[in-house]
Design a protein. Sequence first.
Length: 368
Amino acid sequence: MLTPDTPSGTASRSFTLSDFDFVLPAELIAQHPAAERSGSRLLDGMGPAPVDRIFHTLPQLLKAGDLLVFNDTKVLKARLFGEKPSGGKVELLVERVLTGNQVAAHMRVSKKPEPGTTIALVGKDGESGFCATLLGRWPDAHGTLFRFVLSNNAGDDPYTLMERHGHIPLPPYITHTDSEEDALRYQTVFASRPGAIAAPTAALHFDDALLAQLETQGVQRASVTLHVGAGTFQPVKTENLAEHQMHSEWYEVPEATQKAIADCKARGGRVVAVGTTTVRTLESWAQSGQATGDTRIFITPGFVFQHVDLLVTNFHLPKSTLMMLVSAFAGYGKIMALYQHAIREQYRFFSYGDAMLLSKTSPDHVAI
């Protein structure tokens, strides 16, 4: 955890979990996407006072030479249903695709089966035809995930089996069963690298027309990959933030994106991260010097951002690590004021909700 020195005249404070709590009316949790991707609302939080906009006005807030960085991960149909040989029901949520048709998955079941057990999985047509054989825990004997081999008679790989038979893993606060609407809209228009079980939701607001307008305006574009895991929805349970164990996610910053960022900085442009997953990717690269790998980066107030200048983001859950990240980026007081404004103005929250645009402030000088 970062504990920067406090400069003269700057008050120091210690943040705890309770500082990131707020009361959100249940009716503001969006259950479905806006009718049009770029028709969502956009809270402009860059100035001294919030400005209510529509997302398709984003080009008015950017300029030629700026660089938008997107997360190009693709959401897997990672939720699978089946039953044990005993008839007991099983639900799997595939977190990672490994080698040799193996996957690492969360398992929901009344009594966990023994290694070697083969679970019959059910396709969307109600028929079986593929199965999952439990090998053990992952990544080791003490891991919280389980390692399975997915297979069918045709020898299809896990990606094919999930695409054909799986369900979109909607967040726990969305109460309906996944539908064709979700298959289309809980995915960005440029998703290309399968591996996530949650969407990079800030990027859901971009459609082809908006991307074309930004390109015509001279706003450039680059991509990173971070395969969002189920840990993004895990609540922080420790009041002392230093005790929180951050989940691990795989990321990559391609060489072309590294060059695009360097060129953007050299010409005086701004690096605009689309979503907190992009921030985590870029700042993991900056912190570690590694362009690819697994990250457990935990960004809290006091963090010094090295790459990102502006941030497009949705509204996040109370007491979440993402609330801490945006507070570190734009300032704790600023974020809490923007959230109260959003609640008063009936903005829609979370994955299918509205967005806001933030600019980086100097770090809050705090001890955590």
